[in-house]
Write a protein that binds this ligand. Structure first.
Ligand code: SF4
Ligand code: SF4
Length: 416
């Protein structure tokens, strides 16, 4: 029997590890919203088993239950049988795409169009520059009202855009600014330079201060996570091969350091894509790398007397399992009053906020009200998608706390 991934028998083998104990159900955001077994991890596994054994047809209802999974992987964290839930869903979506034509829908067509525009390296720069121009010229709101964005399927995407700063034009290399410890290459993801330039700049600065030279390979491409989660495994594999080739070319680096938790997770899981090669340098998230680094005695931070609510992204928590590293990093800033009680999915989930706006908005509203419970001055989020989701939910509130990346906060407090 063919046991290569993306075959029925491979997926069934993974799914058969599930003993149907149900311990994952209380962790699942979609089950919590619907109380529907089909919207739970156990239910989705049962649907996939039914489909792959021929007992169920892959109807649009069945595939919608699979698609509505956020891939937050909270279920994996508690599963006593170590079911590889994320891999089951990704491989099943790829197989569904290959075998059925039930997956086309208007919402997915629209979300895919706007995603494609944004993820196309050549087009995203033009798109973001145009939107920045509209913001600066004060006609962004007018364009929104006029229905122009709706015409291009961009209305929801534009609602998520932050105040756009000038895109960072990175150099190919930034030398260490302290006793030299080594060189690393930065994986910026496809949108950080446009949508989070402060995170890119702050990361380079801190790495240099710690004694690391930083390469930023211009030819790097998207990590492929969004494509994989949409069932487009072929495109994800192409991206993986390109990134592995590019980062392996740099012979004098110890690590690939990735700026977005979701991208880091994807880079780490490239082996699941059956790529022909693998990264020679170790892949680490910026949070992990900074938390594990040896900090020179001369690096100190200004105390900050502020209330801070921590949003721990699902990818950092359930895939990288590095929430303790985020905490140790943030705690380098003296006097912070940290609220770490919020522990849910915010509903951004890659392209999910475009495809399933109702569920995504419900989860966003829950996240905002819980994060706001202690009336924080700041909300910290280390994942770009989560930060944009929270910012969009707070955009109407004039007194809303600022949403900030932990590395940007560290850099702001750095004593020069
Ligand atoms: S916790 Fe694991 S074994 Fe139990 S029902 Fe959920 S996926 Fe299956
Ligand atoms: S990945 Fe998240 S949304 Fe999907 S079944 Fe698991 S807990 Fe539920």
């Amino acid at each position: 029997m063919d046991q290569s991934p993306n075959t029925s028998s491979y997926i069934l083998n993974l799914a058969d590890r599930c003993v149907k104990c149900g311990l994952c159900l209380p962790q699942c955001p979609t089950y919590a919203l619907t109380a529907n077994e089909n919207e739970s991890p156990r239910g989705r596994i049962a649907l996939i088993q039914g489909w792959l054994t021929g007992e169920l047809s892959p109807t649009s209802t069945l595939t919608q239950h699979i698609d509505q999974c956020l891939l937050c992987r909270r279920c994996e964290r508690v599963c006593p049988s170590l079911v590889a839930y994320g891999e089951i869903i990704d491989q099943s979506k790829a197989l569904l795409n290959e075998k059925t034509n039930t997956r086309f829908s208007i919402p997915s067509f629209i979300s895919n169009s706007s995603l494609k525009l944004l993820l196309n390296k050549n087009f995203s720069g033009i798109l973001i520059s145009t939107l920045r121009f509209l913001q600066k010229a004060g006609v962004f709101a007018l364009a929104k009202k006029s229905g122009l964005f709706r015409l291009f399927g961009l209305q929801r995407l534009t609602a998520y855009l932050p105040e756009l700063d000038k895109q960072v034009k990175t150099k190919s290399f930034y030398p260490a600014a302290n006793t030299f410890k080594g060189n690393i290459s930065l994986f910026t993801g496809c949108l950080s330079k446009q949508l989070a330039p402060a995170t890119v700049n702050a990361s380079i600065k801190l790495l240099n201060q710690l004694g690391y030279g930083v390469y930023v390979p211009e030819q790097q491409v998207c990590c492929g996570a969004l494509h994989l989660h949409e069932g487009n495994k072929q495109q994800a594999v192409t991206f993986a091969k390109t990134n592995i080739d590019i980062f392996n070319q740099q012979k004098d680096i110890t690590h690939v350091v990735s700026l977005v938790n979701g991208c880091t997770s994807q880079l780490r899981e490239y082996p699941q894509l059956e790529t022909t090669g693998s990264f020679v340098p170790e892949v680490k998230d910026i949070i992990e790398f900074l938390a594990d680094a040896e900090w020179p005695e001369n690096i100190k931070f200004q105390p900050l007397d502020k209330k801070v609510a921590l949003q721990i992204p699902c990818s950092l928590q359930n895939i990288l399992r590095a929430e303790d590293k985020l905490l140790s990093l943030i705690n380098r800033i003296p006097n912070l009053s940290l609220d770490t009680t919020y522990n849910r999915c915010c509903g951004a989930a890659g392209s999910y906020f475009l495809r399933f706006p109702t569920i995504s908005d419900q989860l966003k509203d829950q996240a905002i009200s819980q994060l706001n419970q202690t009336s924080p001055d700041l909300i910290i989020s280390s994942n770009l998608g989560c930060a944009l989701q929270l910012k969009s939910g707070l955009s109407q509130d004039k007194n809303a706390p600022e949403v900030i990346h932990p590395v940007v906060l560290l850099e702001q407090q750095l004593i020069q």
